[in-house]
Write a protein that binds this ligand. Structure first.
Ligand SMILES: [Zn+2]
Length: 129
């Protein structure tokens, strides 16, 4: 795979995470979560999640943003939060590895399918009190 394919990252990741917390999610099967659409509460988007080695996470979503090479849409965030909640964990999303590492928590990397670390977002996970 050669370079040149630019992934899109959310510009206001904290705001997006706040929005994602309002979205209802339900599990469809082991790695598939249906998340309420932001624009139409009657519709939902399907998120598939795959956990790789070294804390890497791959996620796909059926929304237009994700289809257009967008990483970390609110549905993916909601789906990951949903899965984390099941394990009594809570997540935070970060634009850079540095910010994520500073939290001194478990760190995951949500890759946008690209290889470069700037093509994804960072996630920290902590125990939900
Ligand atoms: Zn989406």
């Amino acid at each position: 795979m050669s370079g040149g394919v630019k992934m899109m990252k959310p510009k206001h990741i904290k705001l997006l995470q706040r929005q994602s917390r309002k979205l209802r999610a339900r599990r469809v099967d082991r790695n598939t979560i249906a998340v309420e659409s932001t624009t139409n509460p009657l519709a939902s988007h399907i998120v598939t999640v795959r956990f790789g080695s070294n804390g890497s996470v791959h996620a796909r979503c059926t929304c237009p943003w994700a289809q257009n090479r967008g990483v970390a849409c609110s549905h993916v965030m909601a789906a990951l939060e949903y899965l984390a909640e099941r394990k009594q964990r809570t997540l935070s999303f970060w634009e850079t590895e540095r910010e994520a590492r500073r939290q001194k928590q478990r760190v995951f990397f949500l890759s946008g399918g690209g290889i470069k670390s700037e093509d994804g977002v960072w996630i920290t996970s902590r125990g939900a009190a």
